[in-house]
Ligand binder design. Sequence first.
Ligand SMILES: CC(C)(COP(=O)(O)OP(=O)(O)OC[C@H]1O[C@@H](n2cnc3c(N)ncnc32)[C@H](O)[C@@H]1OP(=O)(O)O)[C@@H](O)C(=O)NCCC(=O)NCCS
Length: 175
Amino acid sequence: MTSNPIYTERLTLRPLEMSDAPALFKLDSDPLVMKYLGNQPLTVISQVYTYLENIRNQYTQNGIGRWAVIEKSTGELIGWSGIKFIEEESNGYKGFYDLGYRLRPEFWGKGYATESSQAWIIEAEKNLKINQLYASAHVDNIVSQNVLSKVGFKITGTYDFLLNGVLIPCFWMER
Ligand SMILES: CC(C)(COP(=O)(O)OP(=O)(O)OC[C@H]1O[C@@H](n2cnc3c(N)ncnc32)[C@H](O)[C@@H]1OP(=O)(O)O)[C@@H](O)C(=O)NCCC(=O)NCCS
């Protein structure tokens, strides 16, 4: 498992900690952030503790999971990004590595998702020895599709992602 922070020009990427819960609650209680994700905004911070435990278990079990994204200039946790090992079946795939990210709106449009994705691609190839990455984005989530195509992903299909009984139309992307 990689656990040393990764430094980019403007960001620090590091494993998530339980003490990150208040900043993550700010992120996940925002309806703008949830617009294309199919999740309802969180309403109580205990929901964050549950998923943080889940992510930290993934670090132990899979050697990887989503990490905190810290803006170097302010020291603020602005969201998360990283590689998750997906065990469940999705679009006919099972046991694959997914690149994802989620940032607080006040930090959008600065190239941060692209910068952190580039760092994860290097980490995947050099240290994690993952040579195939996958990603999904809602068909209307143009910004996320832009980020993924800027870092070399190609759309290879469409599928419906089932979340809480609702089908979400997504592009399937590979790199
Ligand atoms: C998706 C997300 C992480 C993007 O973060 P970001 O840091 O703003 O992304 P970047 O600045 O690196 O890149 C965004 C790109 O989309 C472009 N863009 C921004 N708004 C756009 C719009 N309305 N239409 C088309 N392109 C747009 C930007 O210009 C930029 O491309 P450029 O660098 O060539 O100019 C952020 O919007 C987010 O957290 N959304 C909520 C969660 C989410 O949807 N996650 C992805 C799930 S698949």
